[in-house]
Design a binder for this molecule. Structure first.
Ligand SMILES: [Zn+2]
Length: 236
């Protein structure tokens, strides 16, 4: 038969540990939200980069078109000059210039055609990327919403759990409660109240002294492990 104070203490520990669990859960959520927000930014930036690359190709294509127009204007100008020149060699020189410019135009048009093909292919991929990013973004946003809801739910859960701990603490002897809180602040990790099994503290797994063992077996008062300081009880 476990002493009444010990029963109450174990209940307190149990409630306290649920309280700590909720606190840990709460502490993790803001980081999880921040991570998902970072993911959203990352995919949006990746899409922006692809869109910029596409814009760059469009600009390049417009540049080529502009240059073709300019070159065509120059050809017209040379043709007009040709009609005005008197000397044969001047006429031939202009004729050669015009031929050079026409060859240049043909090269530029080839380049523009290749560019157009690239733009077409890329725009198919870009549209696909946009769809996929939109759906990824929705998934991430839904997860953020869920995390926010969980946060709010955990907060009310924590309030209730805290209340349960206080309620349980009130049932305990003030001295016992104080010792529990002190030991909790001293040990590296829970639990605070542990059983003694085969003379070994189940917190630090070290053997306790004969005196401690006797006191724990008697179970009349709160006894602590002489190695780690945890509160011990004899589980019979
Ligand atoms: Zn110990």
């Amino acid at each position: 038969m476990v002493a009444e104070w010990l029963q109450k203490l174990l209940i307190l520990q149990d409630r306290d540990s649920s309280c700590d669990g909720i606190k840990q859960q709460l502490a993790r959520i803001p980081d999880q939200i921040a991570a998902e927000e970072a993911n959203i930014r990352e995919i949006a930036e990746a899409l922006k980069e692809k869109e910029n690359a596409m814009k760059h190709l469009e600009v390049k294509r417009l540049d080529i078109e502009g240059e073709v127009e300019q070159t065509e204007a120059t050809i017209i100008k040379y043709k007009t000059q040709q009609m005005q020149v008197k000397k044969n060699e001047e006429y031939t020189a202009l004729e050669n210039e015009i031929k050079n410019l026409q060859a240049k135009i043909s090269e530029m048009e080839d380049e523009e055609l290749l560019l157009l093909e690239e733009i077409d292919q890329r725009s198919v991929i870009l549209n696909r990327d946009r769809d996929s990013i939109t759906s990824q973004k929705h998934t991430l946003e839904a997860h953020i919403e869920l995390l926010k809801k969980n946060y709010a739910a955990s907060q009310s859960e924590l309030e209730a759990a805290k209340g349960a701990v206080v309620e349980c603490g009130q049932e305990l002897d003030a001295g016992v409660l104080q010792q529990y809180q002190y030991v909790k602040s001293q040990v590296k990790r829970p639990p605070v109240v542990v059983p003694l099994v085969e003379n070994k503290c189940q917190g630090c797994h070290l053997k306790v002294s004969g005196e401690v063992e006797t006191d724990v077996r008697r179970g009349r008062e709160l006894t602590r492990c002489d190695s780690c300081g945890r509160i011990l009880y004899y589980d019979r």
